[in-house]
Write a protein that binds this ligand. Structure first.
Ligand code: ADP
Ligand code: MG
Length: 240
């Protein structure tokens, strides 16, 4: 089977700093995969390489078997790659509905714009907040709106960089249910995440990144039982 996303000896240097170090990564079509690792491990840089906001120092990126290493972000978005970055990308002065209208208007298939917005608002648990200014949403609701902007592009591959940062446990759980529903609809998801309860809720596989390298890979159970992974997070192994 061809991987949906594959990197081959991928390297990214900033000056003398090697942020991505010979990464050979494969994401299968249809899976939910979490990327974890300490701060500064290179997770967000990898996402920028996947979208084409950074070009690699060396190595290649394949998408559905096609070499996309030199494609521009808009060309990759057209092929079905969509990203929710750590840094907010919503229009704070506009309402939730206006934000989604902007995101959706070029990507309608069949359903009318109003129907599509209503469906998306419900999916995002934002129906009651549709006419609120985005700036006045709670932190978690802003993240949901961002996920809405990303999925309005009808992606085949959705990349989520810390989607639950700053969320309450309830909001985090709802976000996990959204990811599972998207995945059941056929969307392949790669998420950077710190919350292991969320990882357990959504992920079929986990990759641990450390100093820009793949440090470990496996199921959630394998990764949580891996003493070397606990070491890089806590500096010690804690069996309880
Ligand atoms: P993570 O998302 O895993 O926390 P990042 O990918 O954001 O890590 O960053 C990895 C390392 O790369 C950090 O040391 C960071 O300072 C460095 N870095 C990221 N982007 C740049 C950049 N544009 N220029 C220089 N250094 C960068
Ligand atoms: Mg990051």
């Amino acid at each position: 089977m061809t991987a949906l996303l594959q990197t081959i000896d991928l390297n990214k240097r900033f000056g003398g700093l090697r942020v991505t170090n010979n990464v050979n990564f494969e994401l299968d079509e249809g899976e939910v995969h979490c990327l974890i690792g300490p701060n500064g491990a290179g997770k967000s840089t990898l996402f920028r390489l996947f979208l084409g906001e950074h070009s690699p120092s060396s190595g290649r990126i394949l998408y559905a078997g096609e070499d996309i290493t030199h494609l521009k972000p808009f060309q990759r978005i057209r092929k079905g790659i969509s990203v929710k970055f750590q840094v907010p990308g919503i229009f704070a002065a506009l309402s939730v509905r206006q934000n989604l209208t902007i995101a959706l208007q070029h990507h309608l298939e069949g359903a009318s714009l109003d129907e599509e917005i209503a469906r998306l608002l419900e999916f995002l648990r934002l129906t009651a907040s549709a006419d609120m200014q985005a700036a006045s949403l709670s932190h978690g609701q802003k993240q949901w709106l961002e996920i809405g902007m990303a999925i309005s592009l009808k992606p085949r591959l959705l990349l989520l960089d810390e989607p639950t940062a700053g969320m309450s446990p309830d909001e985090t759980y709802e976000t996990g249910e959204m990811v599972r529903a998207l995945n059941a609809d056929g969307v392949t998801v790669l998420a950077v995440e710190h919350d292991m309860a969320f990882v357990r809720q959504i992920a079929q596989r986990v990759t641990v990144l450390h100093f820009g390298q793949i440090f470990a890979q496996g199921t959630v159970a394998e990764i949580t039982a891996n003493d070397a992974v606990a070491e890089i997070y806590f500096g010690h192994v804690d069996h309880d």
